[in-house]
Ligand binder design. Structure first.
Ligand SMILES: [Zn+2]
Length: 81
């Protein structure tokens, strides 16, 4: 026995799926905006640390720059500048 969905039902399902995906994207973008704002506000006060590009080795964090050293807080990537 197979269940068949009609075209309008499929369209409604796809629209509902799209709404859920859009909500998740909106939540992720909001979270990212909050985190970036918080990090940029904390970094200058806590140390002479600034945030760089995403880590080219692991891509799990932005690189940090501190006293001539560019490093990743997650993996062993280090670069002396
Ligand atoms: Zn890394």
């Amino acid at each position: 026995m197979t269940s068949r969905t009609t075209e309008p039902e499929r369209v409604r399902q796809l629209e509902a799926d799209l709404d859920r995906v859009q909500d998740r994207i909106d939540d992720a973008e909001r979270e990212l905006r909050l985190l970036k704002t918080t990090v940029n506000a904390i970094a200058p006060k806590s140390a002479k640390v600034s945030m760089g590009n995403p880590c080219p080795r692991c891509d799990r964090s932005y690189l940090l720059f501190d006293h001539g050293l560019l490093y990743c807080p997650v993996c062993p990537y280090r670069l002396v500048l």
